[in-house]
Design a protein around this ligand. Structure first.
Ligand SMILES: [Zn+2]
Length: 327
């Protein structure tokens, strides 16, 4: 994958560069939006842009100056990245205190210092409070960038002291064009993987890495075989649960039903998975919605009261009935 600006970031990037040129650098930024849209990449590009000695016309770092080389080597003294320690999910108060103390003491290279906290919602209450003090009394030339896919979990006091940049999903066309350009994917695989990634292009590499497309397509083939009567819902359900958690299976079924509903609403085969396209004639929209409701109900139930096999069976049996017009 290339290191340039992601196409769906350009508007936000230009907006930020403009305020920089007008001398309006905020003290803290909150980059929010779902995972896989490149928030971390944007944050690093911003940091590089501030630290670079001769950034280019579009504001991107030159990649060649002393600062850029230090950044590339991963040891620039003016860029600090705060993430949860290995094996932990939270960023602790000590780490925040150390960051903030370092803020006043360290002797950096240039005019700016950048701290990136990722994900910011992994700070516990005490850690967030420690950071809040710095946000209330910002230090000249220091930019704190908070990243979060769940910004609503951040204390309001923190949020209100950050300039907010919200990232929204690129259009499917934009995302697929980028995926085709930056990976060896065929157009068909790019479309499918993007759907599996809920539209977030930067989640796709991880899906490729863990064989998601193959796994998904095998399960989807089974699902279609139930509809055509080639396989039994009960035995497939049993086989699925040997290799998969109920929750992840329900997510798959959920996305297939949603895709079929989309296809029925838009009358466009492009809106669904290729394997499902031929089924849509025999399906009743209302019954699809009902099955979707049934899945949501199971997803809401606590795992203590749930027999995974029975729950999955009931969904797959109902799916077989709907597909065969018996419901
Ligand atoms: Zn540079």
């Amino acid at each position: 994958m290339t290191t340039g600006l992601l196409p769906w970031h350009s508007a936000t990037w230009n907006c930020f560069q403009q305020s920089l040129q007008q001398g309006r650098l905020p003290h803290a930024l909150l980059l929010s939006g779902a995972q896989g849209m490149g928030k971390a990449r944007f944050a690093r590009q911003l940091a590089a842009s501030l630290l670079c000695e001769q950034s280019q016309a579009d504001g991107l770092a030159c990649g060649k100056c002393r600062q850029c080389l230090l950044l590339a080597a991963g040891n620039h003294p003016d860029l600090r990245l705060l993430v949860p320690e290995e094996g932990k999910t939270q960023i602790g108060i000590d780490a925040v205190r150390e960051l903030v103390a370092g803020n006043t003491l360290s002797v950096g290279e240039g005019a700016y210092r950048v701290f990136i906290i990722d994900p910011a919602d992994s700070m516990g209450r005490a850690a967030a409070n420690a950071l809040l003090k710095t946000l209330e009394e910002p230090i000249e030339g220091t930019l704190i960038i908070l990243l979060s896919a769940r910004a609503d979990r951040l204390p309001v006091t923190i949020r209100s002291r950050c300039q907010s940049l919200r990232f929204s999903l690129p259009t499917e066309q934009e995302a697929i064009a980028w995926l085709e350009c930056n990976s060896q994917l065929t157009p068909e695989d790019a479309v499918q993987l993007l759907r599996l990634a809920n539209g977030a292009p930067l989640r796709v590499p991880a899906l490729i890495e863990n064989g998601e497309l193959g796994r998904h397509n095998r399960l989807l083939k089974d699902f279609v075989a139930i509809a055509t009567g080639e396989s039994s819902a009960v035995s497939l359900g049993e086989a699925w649960l040997k290799d998969h958690e109920l929750a992840s299976l329900l997510r798959y079924v959920n996305s297939w039903l949603a895709a079929m509903i989309r296809q029925k609403m838009t009358h466009s085969a492009e809106d669904t998975f290729p394997l499902l396209q031929s089924l849509h004639e025999r399906l009743d929209l209302e019954l699809l919605y009902r099955l979707l409701d049934q899945i949501h109900e199971i997803q809401r139930m606590s795992t203590n009261n749930l027999n995974p096999q029975l729950a999955l069976e009931s969904i797959l049996l109902e799916w077989g009935r709907i597909a065969n017009g018996e419901s």
